[in-house]
Write a new protein. Structure first.
Length: 518
């Protein structure tokens, strides 16, 4: 079984390890070891010691932003397809390190190998997408009301983009932002989760190596500052950061948005979800069961897209409940490095405490645990030192207070409904609005769910679970989820500034709206 020691040299991390310390900042390619109180790192799998992180302070954040500004001034002049070539090469480097990087992600997050590889694949996919996009950063021409005038719309590089990312996707979410920002001509300052600093260092090492071998790309394009929430707040509050893109909890997003708003800066938020699925009487129950179990128990319930609420029509509720209980009985829980494991550990003890608190509240609010919920003790495939839990299914009498909250753990609340319109209303009744799904073979039901009076979420799927979105679509959600859209579709526009140009190629100076002056 691999450990961190096996990955340090092949992932290019050895250059930054000093005794057992890791740098809290990499600025212009140079590691910084601030003299701040260190943070002890350990794997959620088995509490294996990963060394110490020396978190960045306000000084490093300011320096990183300053260097990114300088890099931006060169990079914005490089033709976009050439910028795309850099991102294509980054994608090649990631392809060549896919398994190793996935193993590091498994060690830091506890997610299983297949899901960790899927995360790295998201980075590769977004590189391919961004490389193609670099030849399609198109504007419009618009008919002018004046003779011999033209209106043009151009998209220009924006500036320094700050990226705050969460522990559960320690590289993919940054990559959605950073790879697009690079082809858009921006420089990036990244503040990853304090729980996954080594994945961030490894990703930075891969990009810096690609930059070093690339003619015309300044090393300051990618900056890394690590630490707790204060580091993110320094970044969000820095007026030289043109866009702050933040993924994480609603509470974090509110703080970041306020720091950015105080200086009228732009923010792009992808925050918590409390995702629901509706299963109607016409649904293919085999397909629905597989999708529900992956969405609810996969990644140990620690995706922002994880399924947390299930509305099942009363006619099929008993049948589906039985299938789900059987599937949950067969979920193999354990060390995520073992190929047969489907559910690894929670990220830490605090997460486990929150899960147990939610279960207790659910029972007080009338819920009944159908299966799971307990901690799995060490032994066999369960290493000592990790927080392993059995994914839980609960029958709830209605959508009570605890169901309205996002608990970042494998908890699925089952509720019964009689009318589809009531189920859709319940789907929409929570404050979050990220992902949702309907399982049906009835075209009218599907249409109602994805139509204007249907699900109010940013993602609304039919016969597809709530998690595991492809990178080609715009990713994000409404209400407390923050309203931002990242990754595919036209999300690239967030990373550029739009300039409207009016050109006069005649000899006269007609004024718009027919105004006469002199
Ligand atoms: C997240 O949990 O923050 O759709 C991102 C998904 C993944 C990304 C999740 N592609 O589940």
């Amino acid at each position: 079984m691999y450990t961190l020691t096996d990955l340090i040299a092949p992932l290019g991390l050895a250059r930054w390890q000093q005794a057992d310390c890791w740098p809290g900042a990499v600025i212009d390619g140079i590691a910084h070891y601030p003299s701040t109180p260190s943070r002890q790192l350990q794997s959620p799998i088995d509490a294996q010691d990963h060394g110490k992180l020396l978190p960045a302070s306000a000084v490093e954040v300011r320096a990183a932003v300053g260097c990114a500004m300088v890099a931006f001034e060169t990079w914005r002049e490089v033709p976009a397809p050439r910028r795309g070539e850099l991102v294509r090469r980054i994608g090649e480097a990631v392809r060549n390190h896919k398994t190793l990087l996935a193993q590091l992600i498994t060690l830091e997050t506890g997610k299983i190998g297949s899901e960790a590889e899927g995360e790295v694949q998201e980075w590769i996919d977004v590189c391919d997408y961004a490389a193609g996009l670099s030849r399609q950063l198109h504007g419009l021409t618009i008919a002018s009301e004046r003779p011999q005038h033209r209106l043009l719309e151009q998209w220009h590089p924006l500036g320094v983009v700050g990226v705050i990312s969460a522990f559960n996707f320690p590289v993919a979410v940054w990559a959605w932002n950073a790879m697009l920002a690079l082809v858009c001509g921006d420089a990036v300052v990244w503040k990853p989760s304090e729980k996954t600093p080594l994945s961030a260092l490894a990703a930075t090492a891969l990009v810096l190596d690609a930059l070093r071998d690339f003619d015309g790309a300044p090393s300051g394009l990618i900056q890394l500052v690590q630490g707790d929430a204060s580091v993110g707040e320094y970044l969000a509050g820095d007026r030289h950061v043109s866009l702050i893109s933040a993924t994480g909890s609603v509470a974090m997003g509110r703080a970041v948005a306020q720091h950015a708003a105080a200086r009228l800066g732009r923010s792009l938020l992808e925050l918590g979800g409390n995702n629901a699925a509706i299963v109607t009487p016409s649904a293919d129950l085999e397909l629905a069961t597989r999708a529900i179990v992956f969405s609810a128990a996969g990644t140990c319930g620690q995706r922002c897209t994880s399924l947390r609420r299930l509305f099942v029509h009363e006619d099929i509720a008993d049948a589906l409940q039985e299938k789900l209980i059987t599937a949950y009985q067969h979920l193999s829980i354990g060390d995520p490095r073992l190929p047969a494991t489907l559910v690894g550990p929670l990220i830490d003890e605090a997460a486990m405490k929150r899960m147990h608190a939610a279960l207790t509240r659910a029972e007080i609010e009338g819920g009944r645990i159908l299966i799971g919920g307990g901690q799995v003790r060490a032994g066999g495939n369960i290493p000592d030192g990790g927080c392993y839990v059995r994914p839980a299914l609960l029958a709830m009498p209605e959508q009570t207070d605890v169901v309205h909250e996002e608990t970042f753990a494998p908890l699925l609340y089952l509720m019964r409904y009689a009318r589809l319109s009531d189920a859709i209303a319940l789907n929409n009744a929570v404050s979050q609005g990220l992902s949702s799904a309907i399982f049906t073979t009835d075209l009218r039901e599907a249409g109602a769910f994805i139509g204007p009076a249907g699900s109010d979420c940013g993602l609304a799927n039919v016969n597809v679970g709530t998690s595991g979105a492809e990178i080609g679509g715009a990713f994000g959600g409404e209400k407390d989820t923050g309203g931002g859209r990242e990754s595919g579709s036209d999300a690239w526009k967030h990373y550029m500034r739009r300039a409207t140009n009016t050109l006069n190629d005649g000899h006269a100076l007609p004024l718009a709206q027919g105004v006469r002056f002199g």
